[in-house]
Design a protein around this ligand. Structure first.
Ligand code: CP
Length: 360
């Protein structure tokens, strides 16, 4: 299925050269933001946030305002006609006729893909459930490029809620495309990185290992990417409480790390990094959030300038086959075509919206 507009749903839909260009433009904007102050004069960006956000929503809005454009949207679907039962299809169709670019965050995986099927402007995925967060990844790549001077040859530790962490899923997919990156996944057995991400890492020629404690990995890392245990993604309070407070980065553990290691975190933080780490020069998470404005300015400019059509669905509909993931948008918005990528022998199908696999 073809859309006449260019969308950013998953960074993997674009070649690495495209990400590099966005990151380089972000660096250029950081050096001289005023030069870009009128690039989006007369343009409108809509931000549809079906799920709470501080950084992503406000950095997108700041980015558009700093480019000279204007913003519309909602940050609480209860204050929109979503509360009356309006579908993503209808909301997107209407809002995209008001705006030049649409940014959507949603608690259900595949929602941004669903929006892109009917939008009459470009759609950007600002986080879809526990699935992907490509604009956080652009922010993270920009941070690494500025602070580590390279996107290759890094040992990256990712710690915490790796099963539900859309930021680490997107970042692994991206960093495994660069040479000589190694991943160390630090989590409990229940919160391990999903198999499909580990398969992508292997297919891209990168390596990973899985460990249970921060102490056994921290001294070897160039980057430690901490994540929050995401209460809202657990099926029950009991399951959340069993994982809460498992990983806490404090000053004592920072003493085990190299002087060049940087600590990143997409934020918000709860208690996985103690506040006394904030003054350590290696703590990069607030700077990282600031760089998010430059990354999103670069992305908005690129999307509005390029105007290339996007292929939205590449897979096939298999009559009678639906996605087995209850948190996939196709199981919430039933009009959507259920589209799957298949293995060569068609025994393994992968949902095009949420990447869930099923055997048939
Ligand atoms: N990093 C991130 O997505 O933060 P918000 O949820 O505040 O947007």
């Amino acid at each position: 299925m073809q859309s006449e507009y260019q969308h950013l749903i998953d960074l993997s839909d674009y070649p690495v050269s495209w990400w590099r260009k966005v990151v380089e433009l972000g660096e250029e904007i950081k050096r001289d933001p005023k030069r870009f102050a009128h690039e989006c004069d007369g343009k409108v960006m809509a931000t549809l946030f079906y799920e709470p956000s501080t950084r992503t929503q406000m950095s997108f809005q700041t980015a558009m305002i700093r480019l000279g454009g204007q913003i519309i949207g909602f940050d609480n679907p209860a204050n929109s006609s979503v509360s009356k039962g309006e579908t993503i299809k209808d909301t997107t169709k209407i809002v995209s006729s008001y705006a030049d670019i649409l940014v959507i965050r949603h608690p259900i995986a595949g929602a941004a893909k669903a929006a892109s099927l009917t939008a009459d402007c470009s759609v950007i995925n600002a986080g879809d459930g526990g699935h992907l967060h490509p604009t956080q990844t652009l922010t993270d790549l920009l941070t690494l490029k500025i602070e580590k001077k390279s996107l290759s040859g890094l040992t990256i530790g990712m710690c915490g809620d790796l099963i539900n962490g859309r930021t680490v899923h997107s970042l692994c997919k991206a960093l495994s495309m660069f040479e000589d990156n190694k991943f160390v996944f630090i989590s409990t057995p229940e919160l391990r990185m999903p198999a499909y991400i580990k398969d992508i890492i292997k297919a891209n020629g990168s390596t990973y290992e899985e460990v249970d404690t921060l102490e056994e990995a921290i001294s070897r890392l160039d980057v430690l990417y901490m994540t929050r245990i995401q209460q809202e993604r657990f099926a029950s309070e009991e399951e959340y409480l069993a994982q809460k407070n498992t990983y806490v980065l404090d000053r004592k553990k920072m003493q085990l790390a190299s002087k060049d290691m940087i600590v990143m975190h997409p934020l918000p933080r709860v208690d996985e990094i103690t506040v006394d780490v904030d003054d350590d020069p290696r703590a990069m998470y607030f700077t990282q959030a600031k760089y998010g404005v430059f990354a999103r300015m670069a992305l908005i400019l690129t999307m509005l300038r390029d105007k290339k059509p996007s292929e939205t669905l590449r897979g096939k509909v298999y009559p009678g086959v639906s996605c087995g993931n209850p948190r996939c948008i196709t199981n919430h918005e039933h009009y959507l075509p259920k589209s799957f990528r298949s293995s060569r022998d068609e025994t393994l199908l992968e949902c095009e919206y949420c990447d869930e696999r099923k055997l048939i």
